[in-house]
Design a protein around this ligand. Structure first.
Ligand code: SF4
Ligand code: SF4
Length: 492
């Protein structure tokens, strides 16, 4: 699939004044091209509205989720200090790391599947960089007007009007950046406390650092760098074409139909002018957030936002030509006259792996028992012989309640010999707590048959919850010769 570079300067970019050529400038090779500011034009259309409808739930989710509480606790809270991730009714502990790894794999395959199906629609419709840039541009448009007014305002000298408008834009951007930064940090710290702490200057240093960093990043990425992030920073643009095939839906300009391009009056038919359908109005370029001309072919800068499709369809409608000169279509359809193929090996492959991974993840999650038992044998002493003639082994028991409510548990043991459990046989563990306790196992000297035998500690919920977990350990007993020495008992 051919990928071409954009023209040096397109119609929604406004060139800076060329710098005067000096001897110094001639001697120094400047490896950086000055980025011209892109002034996007706003046009209503199907994809424009569709983007809005994908953004609203995403933004609502991002800003509202940390404020939801379950049982008096923040519903989604990544508590790094305690190394516990609360995700609604699920609490993930460090030992649940494979679940997070599985989630990452699922996300990767979801991205592969969607990219193979419809190109970079993630970038155009859901990527936070696109969403926040869109909000910042909407604010600019609200205070400074649409494209032409913004270009004019920027070219004007600083007046009270310009200062007020620019100031209002910066203030609004700052407020949104602040809300974004605080919300992000609120996923890792109790959010209801963050704002009061910030106002009273009692916020902890780490939370303050991350809040300030995210404020700065939001402002810089969405206000300052915008499409530069997509073009030069995001690695996804560079390897997206690896996931494409000739049946991937991409935003394309129909060259056969559109060329030769040229302007004309609205009521003139292209045949009369010996022109293609493109009236060369450059609207498709003016609405493009990355400042490219899609008529130059598929480019890695294209984020598949569909705004040029809306723009061109509006022009085609005005000209009474059929819509779709620019459209979401496939290379097979456009260049080879084929039909759109949904069922193809690569897409089916990605989709199958995605479904399998989701099934595996759901299965593992449903089998997960939110109870963990750890047994550590007392390594300083293999065994002890009590004055009552019992061989005794000591253990440290750790019972972790990974559930979101308190439970009562009974502790029992299973072994081939009649071991006697000495310790607490019933305990209560609060949600998210770990109880550490000592336990002893005893066996009458006269019953010793094995020097080293397996014993299983079983912890079962006794409050009606279907929770049980166990851990195996060893019970060590002395050799007969050792026993003679220690106890003086003969004929064991
Ligand atoms: S070329 Fe069209 S689809 Fe691609 S980024 Fe520009 S406006 Fe969006
Ligand atoms: S919007 Fe359509 S008609 Fe206008 S320049 Fe772009 S492709 Fe041509």
């Amino acid at each position: 699939m051919e990928q071409t570079s954009p023209p040096a300067q397109s119609d929604n970019q406004v060139a800076a004044e060329p710098a005067p050529v000096t001897n110094e400038a001639i001697r120094v090779l400047n490896l950086y091209q000055t980025a011209d500011k892109i002034y996007t034009r706003s046009l209503e259309g199907f994809f424009h509205s569709f983007r809005r409808w994908t953004w609203i739930p995403m933004l609502a989710g991002y800003f509202l989720i940390p404020w939801i509480s379950i049982n008096g606790r923040q519903a989604v809270w990544f508590d790094l200090a305690e190394r516990k991730f609360y995700i609604f009714w699920l609490t993930l502990w460090p030992q649940d790391l494979p679940f997070l790894a599985a989630l990452l794999i699922i996300s990767a395959f979801a991205l592969f599947t969607i990219t193979n199906f419809a190109g970079r629609i993630w970038c155009g419709f859901s990527c936070p960089q696109t969403v926040w840039t869109g909000i910042f541009i909407a604010i600019e448009r609200f205070f400074e007007g649409d494209r032409n007014k913004r270009i004019k305002l920027d070219a004007q000298p600083w007046t009270l009007n310009k200062f007020t408008r620019k100031g209002a834009v910066q203030l609004s951007w700052m407020l949104i950046s602040l809300a974004t930064g605080l919300t992000f940090v609120g996923y890792f710290n109790p959010i209801r406390q963050l704002l009061p702490d910030l106002i009273q200057l009692s916020i902890n240093a780490a939370a303050l650092f991350w809040t300030l960093l995210f404020i700065a990043l939001t402002w810089a990425n969405a206000g300052l760098m915008r499409e530069q992030i997509c073009l030069y920073v995001c690695p996804y643009a560079r390897f997206q074409s690896v996931m494409f095939d000739p049946d991937t839906l991409i935003v394309s300009y129909n060259k056969t139909r559109g060329e030769p391009r040229g302007s004309r009056k609205a009521d003139q038919k292209p045949a009369a002018e010996v022109l293609g359908d493109c009236v060369d109005c450059t609207l498709c370029v003016q609405v493009c957030p990355t400042g490219i001309d899609i008529r130059d072919g598929l480019q890695y800068e294209c984020i598949s936002c569909g705004l040029c499709v809306d723009a061109c369809n509006a022009v085609m409608e005005k000209m009474h030509y059929p819509k779709g000169l620019i459209s979401f279509t496939t290379e097979n359809v456009l260049d080879k006259g084929g039909t759109f193929r949904l069922l193809r090996p690569r897409l089916l492959g990605y989709f199958t792996v995605l479904i399998l991974m989701c099934g595996l993840f759901a299965g593992q999650l449903s089998l997960r028992v939110p109870l963990e038992v750890d047994i550590i044998r007392d390594r300083s002493l293999l065994y002890r012989v009590t004055p009552e003639g019992m061989v005794e082994n000591s253990y440290q028991l750790k019972v972790s309640n990974m559930d979101q409510r308190e439970h009562r548990y009974t502790i029992s043991i299973k072994s081939d010999q009649a071991l006697i459990y000495r310790g607490q046989s019933e305990i209560s563990v609060a949600e998210g707590e770990v109880v550490d306790m000592l336990a002893r196992l005893q066996l009458p000297l006269t019953d010793v048959r094995q020097l080293n035998q397996e014993v299983e500690f079983i912890v079962t919920a006794s409050d009606g919850a279907a929770l049980s977990s166990s851990e195996k350990s060893r019970f060590l007993a002395p050799l007969q010769t050792d026993l003679h020495k220690q106890t003086g008992i003969k004929n064991l």
